[in-house]
Write a protein that binds this ligand. Sequence first.
Ligand code: ADP
Ligand code: MG
Length: 240
Amino acid sequence: MIITKNLKKSFHGHEVLRGIDEHIEKGEKVVVVGPSGSGKSTFLRCLNLLEVPTSGEVWFEGNNITSKNCDINKLRQKMGMVFQQFNLFPHLTIKENIMLAPVKLGVLSKQEASKKAEELLERVGLPDKAAAYPKQLSGGQKQRIAIARALAMNPDVMLFDEPTSALDPEMVGEVLGLMKELADDGMTMVVVTHEMGFAREVATRVLFIDEGQVKESNTPQEFFENPQHPRLKEFLSKVL
Ligand code: ADP
Ligand code: MG
C-alpha cells in the first residue's frame, strides 16, 4: 500500500530523515516509536506529502506520489490523518466538521455526507454530539470526532501522530479503544505513539526510528522481548 525508497528530508541543511526504505502492506498496523526529535512525525507527514521529501520516493497504491505529474490531492483523500491537537474547526458543529471534506471535495452530496456523519458519530460512540461545538467536548471526545472526520473520506490508510499525547490520562483509553476497533475491522494503520501497551496489543509490526533511520522493525513480540539494536535496548529500558 505504501512504499518509501531511500526517503530523505532535511530542514535548513539538517538531515532529519536519513534514508528510509519501508513497505507497508494492506491491513498492516505499523506502530512507530522512538525518541523525541528522531523524525517520527516527519516520516508520517512525508507519507502523504504534508512534508515534501528532499529526495527519495513515496509510493501509494502503485502511484509514485513524489513524481511531479502526480495528482496528490486525489490520492491524499485516501489517506486519513489524525493529529495530536485534533485540529477540529471551532466555528463548525461536530456534524459539520465531519461533513466538510467529503462535501467540499465533491465526494458525497450534502445528504449523503449527513447520513455518513450520523453513522460515524454512532460508530465513535458520540451520537448525541452532532450539534455540539468542539469546545463543548472533552479531549477524548474531540479526538474521537477527529477520527470520525478522517473516516468520512473512506480512507484506505489511517495515519496517527501521537493521537493520545495531548489527552488527560483518563481519556487515553477511549481513544486507543476506538483505534483498536478500527484495527480489528481491517484498517491499514500507521501509528506514532508512546503507548507501548497499544503497540504490543495491536501492532502487526513495530518500527524504531532513531536519528532519522529505522533501526529496528519487528513483530511486537520480538521487538519488546528480544530487541537487537543497542539504541532500542536503551530506549526500551527508559520507557518500559
Ligand atoms: P519526532 O516526531 O520524532 O519528535 P520530528 O519529525 O517532529 O520528530 O522532528 C525531527 C527534527 O526535525 C527535529 O529536530 C525538529 O526540530 C525538526 N523539524 C521538524 N519539522 C520541522 C520544520 N517544519 N522546520 C524545521 N525543523 C523541523
Ligand atoms: Mg512527533
